[in-house]
Ligand binder design. Structure first.
Ligand code: 2P0
Length: 330
């Protein structure tokens, strides 16, 4: 059987996914919208063969020991779908710090899905790849698609209508920038999977999130189509703060921010007061991603790098969807 390699970008959500209605199938409570980030990518090679005695997974040169995302379960899912028995070898490399709130599981599970599906002999379209990737990790469904992407929550109990698709391709709004600031490379304490489950079960404000998220989706969708940066940036920032308010009021509380996170948030707000168009968003970790337009990227990067807490920045433009490539990792 053939070896296959795929690359997928991480994606940063403008309207967040935080809560499932079905844990097993990974069906979300609400739809979400994201941007594919071309500076944050994962490459994965997969091979199914009789020469392997068991499944092995190597991520960034380390053999996987603690399978938090049940990657082995995802490989088994793909094996079943293809009707094959052979064990797999998977080698994966990301060009950014994993498990620190830079959506490594999204790019990782998306690249794995595309590579392993191909290696297993499956021939799947984008929608089917998204549905499959979603069952590995929810946000991975969005990393299958190019540019600005919506993951439709769907209504079917079997998840057949919970998939991602591009709202617009990357060249529709090439000036949009996401500057990821790295303020810590430590592994986070609370994983998203456990964290969002706790929130749905215990946060008293979750109903308020669900009542307002449709408005956020409508505004961001419209803002992307009309390339209205202030509308998209301000709504995405507010949606991020609303999600973190849920996290903080979960029992036990989840606080992903560290002092350096707050330092960057204040700096972005101060830039706005000085007339520089910048907005922030933060995910399940301490890093802050700063949204801006190409015309301001140099000035904003310079100011971010002057902050005490910022170790480095990674500049991202709207990027591709997951795709097969020819260069194998083993
Ligand atoms: C998002 N996050 O929309 C949100 C914002 C984190 C904060 O999607 O359990 O790793 O594998 O479906 O996809 C992270 O959640 O969780 C996430 P699972 P996932 O980007």
């Amino acid at each position: 059987m053939a070896k296959a390699t795929a690359t997928a970008n991480a994606n940063i959500a403008l309207v967040k996914y935080w809560g499932k209605r079905d844990d097993a199938l990974i069906l979300p409570q609400n739809s979400s919208i994201s941007m594919s980030c071309d500076g944050l990518s994962t490459t994965t090679t997969a091979e199914f063969s009789e020469k392997y005695r068991s499944d092995t997974i190597v991520i960034n040169d380390e053999e996987l020991k603690k399978d938090e995302k049940n990657i082995l379960g995802h490989i088994e899912r793909i094996r079943k779908l293809a009707g094959i028995q052979e064990k797999a070898k998977v080698v994966s490399e990301s060009n950014f710090p994993v498990a620190a709130g830079l959506a490594s599981s999204a790019s990782g599970l998306a690249a794995l899905t595309v590579a392993a599906a191909e290696a297993a002999g499956l021939s799947l379209h984008e929608k089917e790849l998204g549905i499959l990737a979603r069952q590995g990790s929810g946000s991975a469904s969005r990393s299958i698609c190019e540019g600005f992407v919506e993951w439709h929550k769907g209504v079917m109990p079997d998840g057949s209508d919970s998939f991602a698709e591009s709202i617009v391709r990357k060249n529709y709004w090439p000036e949009f920038r996401m500057i990821a600031t790295i303020v810590s490379t430590e592994k986070k304490k609370t994983g998203s999977r456990a964290g969002m489950k706790q929130t749905v079960e215990t946060c008293p404000f979750y109903g308020g999130w669900l009542r307002t998220v449709e408005d956020d989706l409508n505004i961001i969708r419209k803002g992307i189509r009309s390339r209205d940066f202030a509308l998209v940036g301000s709504t995405a920032e507010a949606n991020c703060l609303k999600m973190h308010a849920l996290m903080m009021t979960t029992k036990p509380a989840i606080l992903y921010w560290i002092p350096e996170t707050v330092e960057v948030m204040h700096a972005v707000m101060a830039m706005r007061e000085q007339g520089i168009e910048a907005y922030f968003t933060i995910d399940g970790g301490p890093q802050v991603k700063v949204m801006c337009l190409q015309k301001d990227e140099r000035e904003i990067t310079k100011r971010l790098l002057r902050l005490k807490g910022v170790q480095k920045t990674i500049l991202c433009k709207p990027g591709d969807g997951a795709k097969l490539v020819n260069k194998h990792l083993f």
